[in-house]
Design a protein around this ligand. Structure first.
Ligand SMILES: [Zn+2]
Length: 226
C-alpha cells in the first residue's frame, strides 16, 4: 500500500474493499470483533495493521481475537478471490428475489436457517439477522428449505431486507464490544424480536426458545414460527 492512494470503498458479503489508484484492492474482514480505529491515541498490541496517510492521519486495524483477515489483490482478480468465487447474491441487491431463493433451495432438505447462512446461496447473512428474519416471516428455522411455499419465501426475502435495512440505519449490531472507528459505542441497541431473548415472551405471549447448535444458537417463537 506504500504510496498508493485510496480511491474507493466498497463491500462484498462480509468483506470490506478499499480500492487503490494502482488497480489493487485491499480486502479486509473484521472477524468477530475487529475494527478500524482512526487516529488512535496510542497503538496497542492488538493493532495488527497500521496505515498512515500523507496528511498524518492514522488508520489502525485492531483485532483482539485475530479472526479477521487482510489481503491485497489485483482489481481484475477480484472475482477469483477464494471467498468471492462461489458467493450468492447480495441480500439487498436486485438479484435476491423469491424466485431466485426458490430455485437456489429447490429440493433441499436442509433447515432453512442453515441454507440462509450458506454464503453460496445468499452472501453476508449472519446468525442474528437470520434468526430475526425467520421470526418476522413466521418460519420455523428447522423447516426443510425445499418444502417452503414460494409465497412464504417472498415474505422471507422481504423480512431479510427489512431486518438488514433497519440494522444498518441503527448503526450495525454484532457483539457488545463493537465500536465505531471514532471510538464511540455503536452497539445496535435496538431490541431484537427473538435473538438473545430466550425465556422472555414474544409479542404473541409465548416464551421464546433457544436451540443450541454447535457454537451458535437459534432463537425462535414456537407459536409464531411454523
Ligand atoms: Zn410469538
Amino acid at each position: 500500500m506504500t504510496g498508493a492512494r485510496m480511491i474507493g470503498f466498497g463491500r462484498r458479503a462480509k468483506y470490506g474493499l478499499i480500492e487503490t489508484d494502482r488497480d489493487d484492492v485491499m480486502i479486509f474482514h473484521l472477524g468477530m470483533s475487529g475494527r478500524w480505529r482512526i487516529d488512535p491515541s496510542e497503538i496497542g498490541t492488538h493493532d495488527h495493521l497500521i496505515l498512515e496517510t500523507d496528511e498524518g492521519r492514522v488508520l489502525a486495524l485492531c483485532d483482539p481475537r485475530r479472526f479477521g483477515s487482510v489481503d491485497l489483490v489485483r482489481h481484475e482478480a477480484l472475482a477469483d478471490f477464494p471467498a468471492f468465487r462461489a458467493l450468492g447474491p447480495e441480500p439487498l441487491g436486485d438479484d435476491f428475489t423469491a424466485g431466485y431463493l426458490a430455485r437456489a433451495i429447490a429440493g433441499r432438505a436442509a433447515p432453512i436457517k442453515a441454507l440462509l447462512l450458506d454464503q453460496r446461496i445468499v452472501a453476508g447473512l449472519g446468525n442474528i439477522y437470520v434468526c430475526e428474519a425467520l421470526n418476522m416471516a413466521g418460519i420455523e428455522p428447522a423447516r426443510a428449505g425445499g418444502k417452503i411455499a414460494k409465497a412464504r419465501l417472498a415474505r422471507l426475502v422481504d423480512a431479510i431486507r427489512e431486518v438488514l435495512t433497519s440494522a444498518i440505519s441503527a448503526g450495525g449490531s454484532t457483539l457488545r464490544d463493537y465500536a465505531r472507528p471514532d471510538g464511540e459505542l455503536g452497539y445496535f441497541s435496538k431490541q431484537w424480536r427473538v435473538y438473545g431473548r430466550e425465556g422472555e415472551t414474544c409479542s404473541c405471549g409465548t416464551v421464546i426458545l433457544r436451540r443450541p447448535e454447535g457454537g451458535r444458537s437459534t432463537f425462535f417463537c414456537p407459536k409464531c414460527q411454523r
